[in-house]
Design a protein around this ligand. Structure first.
Ligand SMILES: NC(=O)c1ccc[n+]([C@@H]2O[C@H](COP(=O)([O-])OP(=O)(O)OC[C@H]3O[C@@H](n4cnc5c(N)ncnc54)[C@H](O)[C@@H]3O)[C@@H](O)[C@H]2O)c1
Length: 362
């Protein structure tokens, strides 16, 4: 039996607890949070639903969880600004790592995690769970089978509402050095899908704007992607949609078909045409309601940890892709020009107004 330890017992930790409760081959061995009550609540929840009285260690200092010899898998569910530091420490200690998105907030940290994972021969899963949603896995399979032909264009939209209360509830949200911006916090899943389904990105042109001043980071962003296969992509995201969340959408335009997914829960097949492949359209329609991606993602990861699959669908190198495209968009917004990939350097901290003022005074 593998043992997992969760670092960060806030909002998203519940998803991890619920998923761990359903996986036979892993059990929760330890938790860490700077707030004792959150650790206790996580342990109580797990024990109640697992119907067990097993000991779950509680560590106020996450280093103690990483050093705990019984733990095989470290789940990093803390604030985004700590992801890369903890991931590197966990890999160095010989643990497999499940890391919440984003992988990191800089190119340097992303590269170091990728290198350490290879050096230590330990698996890193980045939680871009939508890649594991059955309808999206099927679309990927259809694209790879060639039924849609050449990719031509794709677009994503994120139209959501994040109130002042949302940022006040957790002060790390909305800061460049600890959160990284709404494109990174809320937009990254859709950017990841666009890249996963269309291809690798060659260059990005974009701009961002801040409408509300109760936080440091952007409220909206627009971007144009050029893919290495000549396809084009459009990004349109905002967190100021009134009066409440409108939802998410992804449109794909290929030589032989086009597909649009949308809706508040991103679970509606709004349009689907695949030339001479009616049966595939029906198959996709049937998959719409299945949103069990977290469970499927964990199962895939455990199979990789146990060497039952060679290639992890969402490892650190894959997790860097959307991040790098978003970094390029941020960089483009600063210089007003398209930015070529790969990026040598970028850190979200460089977006901070005070930092930018300091830089311009240098
Ligand atoms: N995959 C997804 O769809 C998804 C959804 C929501 C959040 N997330 C990601 O999950 C992460 C956490 O988000 P959240 O909404 O749960 O935040 P949150 O603020 O609710 O929880 C963060 C927790 O980390 C704890 N923490 C802070 N510093 C710590 C430290 N040094 N050691 C141990 N614990 C510490 C806090 O006390 C808090 O309990 C973020 O990186 C976010 O991007 C991912």
């Amino acid at each position: 039996m593998l043992k997992a330890g969760i670092i960060g017992c806030g909002y998203i930790s519940k998803k991890h607890l619920d998923t761990l409760l359903r996986i036979d081959r892993v059990e929760l061995g330890a938790v860490s949070d700077v707030e004792q009550s959150r650790m206790q609540a996580a342990c109580d929840y797990y024990k109640k639903h697992k119907k067990t009285d097993t000991t779950i260690r509680q560590h106020t200092n996450y280093i103690d969880l990483i050093q705990n010899k019984e733990i095989d898998i470290v789940v990093i569910a803390v604030i985004s600004g700590l992801h890369s530091k903890i991931a590197k420490e966990a890999l160095t200690a010989g643990k497999h790592v499940i890391i919440e998105k984003p992988l990191a907030l800089s190119i340097k940290d992303s590269n170091e995690i990728i290198s350490l994972s290879a050096l230590k021969k330990k698996r890193v899963l980045v939680c871009h769970q939508l890649r594991f949603r059955p309808i999206l896995s099927k679309i990927k399979e259809i694209i790879e089978s060639g039924y849609l032909g050449r990719p031509c264009m794709g677009s994503i939209s994120v139209r959501i509402n994040r109130s002042e209360d949302y940022y006040e509830a957790a002060p790390w949200r909305g800061s460049w050095d600890q959160d990284g911006g709404m494109l990174i916090n809320q937009g990254i899943h859709m950017v990841d899908l666009l890249i996963w389904l269309l291809g690798d990105v060659q260059s990005v042109y974009g701009d961002v704007a801040s409408v509300h001043s109760h936080k440091e980071t952007e409220d909206l962003a627009a971007g144009i992607l050029h893919f290495t296969n000549q396809a084009k992509g459009v990004i349109e995201v905002n967190s100021i949609t009134k009066p409440s969340n409108q939802g998410y959408s992804l449109s794909l335009f290929f030589e032989k078909g086009s597909i649009t997914l949308g809706g508040k829960g991103f679970d509606q097949l709004e349009h689907c045409f695949i030339e001479n492949r009616e049966a595939l359209v029906q198959e996709l329609e049937l998959l719409c309601a299945n949103k069990d991606e977290h469970f499927i993602m964990y199962q895939h990861f455990i199979n990789a940890v146990e060497d039952r699959v060679d290639v992890l669908r969402m490892d650190a190198a894959e997790g860097k892709k959307a991040l790098e495209a978003i970094f390029a968009l941020y960089q483009s917004s600063k210089i007003g020009l398209p930015v070529q990939l790969p990026l040598e350097h970028f850190s979200t901290a460089s977006m901070s107004v005070s930092k930018r003022k300091e830089d311009s005074n240098d």
